[in-house]
Design a protein around this ligand. Structure first.
Ligand code: G6P
Length: 371
């Protein structure tokens, strides 16, 4: 059994360690060597992709948070409006969908029934469906107009880790590809972004190499009953994912918030000793950065214990942080690929410290094949 887990005690731990490769493999073979993306595998008419005037991302669970990251990137790079919606909510309202809508369905298994039903509904309304899927030949891959595969390899642990990073990576490729097809009107050069993406596997590895530090903090918090997560911009979906991981694995009440929402409600939850994770954007985006740093200050002033995820060299956070987890410098839109990793390790280590089964958490299924 240890062999299939690559020598790790659990599949989840192995899969966290597989992440640099999952990202590298998802990037592999998709460029022409001259800084252009080649996604011939999409088998979808380029003219259709050029004429798309709206994108709706549908997914469930962790995959939906990958879609949330995709929204920030695709809107910035392509100026195409992107909505992100949980597949089951999309299916049973009355969404505005037509021939010019591209529905992007994200799924690790390709078998999530809520997502399948939403795809069928979208296609009936005339939308084209492009699936970002990890499992070859799965129902979602077969029922979609086009497939962009993630190459994360088989994911066994119920809680998704490497599939999430691969999904985000594939969404970046999709965004850059749409930009390229549409004449790169809003992006200086796709090549530069591709080069940055190519550096991500090594950066993710660097975060994993620092795991002992995260595990130690997690073990010291095994009696926590509530943990909050704050993030802004692409840090927001990371906060949501960090909270989801902790619920799924450690059965602790955890909630993610948009940091800007703090004063509109969540700050009332803060009292002495309340653990709060804060995902801090790069200081190279000073306006964004300053706002989140002041959020750390605000919760700290009310007694919170602050666990801060910040870039190397970001000294502005140290004064208000009880604990700092460092990530390498990364372009803003790509930060989720590094900032989520400490949160995965944290949830894994805390659940292990509680003696829980991290690969098979109670009540959950790897793939939910009923609506
Ligand atoms: C279940 C799993 C989650 C996963 C979600 C979507 O809830 O427990 O880990 O994120 O389904 O699954 P999919 O296979 O569609 O990505």
């Amino acid at each position: 059994a240890a062999a299939v887990k690559g020598g790790f005690p659990t599949f989840m731990e192995k899969e966290i360690h597989d992440q640099p490769k999952a990202v590298a493999d998802t990037l592999l073979g998709r460029t022409d060597g001259h800084g252009n993306l080649v996604l011939d595998e999409l088998r979808i008419d380029e003219a259709i992709l050029r004429s798309v005037d709206k994108i709706i991302v549908i997914a469930c669970g962790t995959a939906a948070y990958a879609g949330h990251v995709a929204k920030y990137a695709i809107e910035h790079w392509c100026r195409i409006p992107v909505e992100v919606e949980l597949a089951h909510e999309f299916r049973y309202r009355d969404p505005v969908v037509n021939e010019k809508t591209l529905v992007v369905a994200i799924s690790q298994s390709g078998e999530t029934m809520d997502t399948i039903m939403a795809i069928r509904h979208a296609r009936e309304q005339g939308a084209k469906v492009l699936a970002v899927v990890n499992t070859h030949g799965s129902t979602i891959a077969r029922e979609s107009d086009a497939v962009l595969y993630t190459h994360a390899g088989p994911e066994v642990a119920v809680a998704s880790t490497k599939a999430f990073l691969a999904q985000i990576t594939a969404c970046y490729l999709l965004g850059l590809y749409l930009s390229q097809l549409r004449g790169n009107k809003y992006v200086d050069e796709v090549a530069g972004y591709l080069e940055e993406l190519g550096k991500l596997p090594a950066k993710i590895q660097q975060v994993i190499d620092g795991e002992e530090n995260v595990k130690e903090v997690a073990r010291s918090m095994k009696d926590a009953t509530s943990v909050l997560f704050l993030g802004r911009h692409v840090g927001y979906p990371v906060a949501l994912e960090g909270a989801l991981k902790l619920k799924e694995l450690a059965y602790i009440h955890a909630e993610g918030f948009a940091a800007g929402e703090l004063k509109h409600g969540p700050i009332a939850l803060i009292d002495e000793g309340q653990p709060v994770f804060v995902i801090v954007p790069t200081p190279r985006r000073p306006t964004l950065h300053a706002k989140v740093v002041s959020n750390i200050q605000e919760v700290r002033a009310r007694g919170a214990r602050t666990l801060v995820i910040a870039e190397e060299g970001d000294e502005a956070v140290t004064e208000f942080a009880d604990v700092v987890f460092r990530v390498p410098q990364t372009p803003t839109l790509m930060m989720p690929l590094v900032t989520v990793v400490p949160l995965q390790i944290f949830a894994l280590a805390l659940a292990s410290a509680k003696g829980l089964d991290v690969d098979q958490p109670r009540n959950l299924a790897k793939s939910v094949t009923v609506e």
